[in-house]
Design a protein around this ligand. Structure first.
Ligand SMILES: NC(=O)c1ccc[n+]([C@@H]2O[C@H](COP(=O)([O-])OP(=O)(O)OC[C@H]3O[C@@H](n4cnc5c(N)ncnc54)[C@H](OP(=O)(O)O)[C@@H]3O)[C@@H](O)[C@H]2O)c1
Length: 440
């Protein structure tokens, strides 16, 4: 058997401690599978005395992860500190510059600096592996980078944030408001004290930028992503979606379109019959549409210590077996510069919920503005409240009611123009709710 692969783990929190545990538990099996033992030789965290449920007495301790990253006692540095800059970035840069392999679960770091870090790995012929950085325990990076060589991928989309999917699932099944479900998510440890990063779509965007690059062989372009979160979704939208045959999910979508690569993160209506609509709670899912395999959906845990560590350990095992691939599937110099498809050119179906006065001619006025922009309506339904109906059975009470429109494929630009005209005509009393519909 070959010499052991010596691993240094920087960051011993939820994921780091689970990695150390799994490497110990699977010790023999990993050695058999990789033809070489894997040994943790060094660790680093902020507080050496903290109880972590793992035995670190046999490993060299480093107060500073950058010292671990340049140590001659390790071959592979596993960065599980987190954050797009600071200690995580310094650790990864130092490890690569020292000729060490790197494994990380850090999507923030990759989305921001992945393009600059990958050439460092290429220069030394070492790995920069990040299976755990998108969709946690789901092996979607390997699938895109290695398993679909015979395909041209034209769309990849998914539920990439468990917190958002948990909140939307509870809102839908229990009719609860966003704020109440968010509080529960925080109590259960699914959401951070400051949930902005998750619920406003930024976490999904980081993961999407990585998937886009791998799917299309393009340079990561996180700045090009259109981002909308879920905080403005109301229980009424989930109820109306259900009536229309849809569920609402926060999706990250990357698609090759005639105007370029479209990348967007927003609440999305998906047909109830689709695979992705079945995914409830904190579970993640990714669907890949490609010419040969057609549609492939991977569903599984997107977070959690053990599930994420499962992906980290798979990367370490590849390195131990000598399987080193360019981080983004091809050398960075051969990645295409993506042509950005502006959101205004996005074309698809739309659900639009307007709050309008219950008054003769309102629906007709709205429909006229839609027609002027050449937007065809699949349906237009006025939802009268019981109060409005009691006040005036002829529908002229002036009380606020919901007018729900579903459009056939239209461009974002035409929808926005029509809504501006509707607002300018004082046909609505509140900002409109607009949710894009994703076709299967
Ligand atoms: N948790 C998940 O489910 C999950 C899923 C997918 C990806 N990830 C990614 O995995 C990475 C780790 O996440 P996590 O949830 O395990 O984080 P965590 O529980 O907060 O752990 C972070 C660890 O880093 C250590 N650390 C922080 N700053 C440090 C510094 N300056 N020097 C040395 N050590 C430092 C901490 O030390 P102390 O323990 O001493 O404080 C802690 O052990 C992140 O990039 C995250 O995005 C996490």
């Amino acid at each position: 058997m070959l010499e052991p692969l010596r691993v240094g783990v920087a960051g011993l929190g939820t994921v780091g401690a689970a990695v150390v545990r799994i490497l110990a538990r699977q010790d023999n099996a990993l050695a058999e599978r990789c033809g070489r033992p894997i040994r943790v030789t060094a660790v680093s965290a902020r507080d050496r005395a903290k109880a972590r449920g793992i035995d670190i007495s046999g490993h060299a301790w480093f107060d500073d992860p950058v010292d671990l990253a340049r140590s001659r006692e390790v071959d592979c540095v596993v960065e599980l500190i987190g954050g797009g800059d600071g200690a995580a970035k310094d650790t990864v840069e130092t490890a690569l510059a020292s000729g060490h392999h790197v494994v990380t679960a850090n999507k923030a770091l990759l989305a921001k600096h992945g393009l600059a870090l990958a050439p460092l790995a290429e220069r030394w012929g070492v790995a920069l592996s990040f299976e755990a950085a998108a969709a946690g325990g789901i092996p979607v990076i390997k699938t895109l980078r290695e398993a679909l060589h015979g395909n041209a991928v034209w769309r990849v989309y998914g539920i990439l944030n468990g917190t958002c999917n948990y909140i939307l699932s509870r809102m839908e099944t229990e009719g609860l408001a966003f704020a109440e479900c968010l509080k529960d998510a925080q109590r259960l440890g699914y959401a951070e004290a400051d949930p902005t990063f998750d619920v406003e779509g930024f976490d999904t965007a980081h993961k999407l930028s990585i998937l886009t690059s791998l799917a299309f062989g393009t340079e990561m372009d996180a700045e090009a992503i259109y981002i909308e979160g879920i905080s403005k979704i109301a229980p009424l939208d989930l109820k109306l979606a259900d009536e229309l045959g849809y569920r609402i999910k926060l999706l990250g979508v990357a698609e090759r379109t005639p105007s370029g690569v479209e990348q967007r993160v927003h609440p999305t209506m998906v047909p109830k019959s689709s695979s992705i609509a079945q995914v409830m709670g904190v579970t993640n899912a990714v669907t890949i549409d490609a010419d040969a395999v057609r549609e492939l959906t991977l569903i599984g845990p997107g977070a959690g210590g053990d599930a994420t560590a499962s992906a980290v350990v798979a990367d370490i095992a590849d390195i131990a077996s000598g399987t080193i691939r360019p981080p983004f599937g091809r050398p960075v110099a051969r990645l295409e510069k993506p042509q950005r498809a502006p959101m205004q050119r996005h074309e698809g179906g739309y659900y639009i919920r307007l709050t309008v006065p219950d008054r003769l001619g309102t629906a007709a006025g709205v429909a006229r503005h839609m027609a002027d922009e050449e937007i065809s309506l699949e349906s237009i339904v006025q939802k009268r409240s019981d109060i409005a109906a009691t006040k005036d059975p002829h529908g002229r009470s002036g009380a606020p009611v919901s007018l729900v429109l579903v459009t056939y494929a239209a461009t974002e630009a035409s929808i926005r123009r029509a809504l501006d005209k509707i607002a300018a005509d004082s046909l609505v009393s509140e900002p409109p709710q607009v949710i894009r519909i994703e076709r299967e």
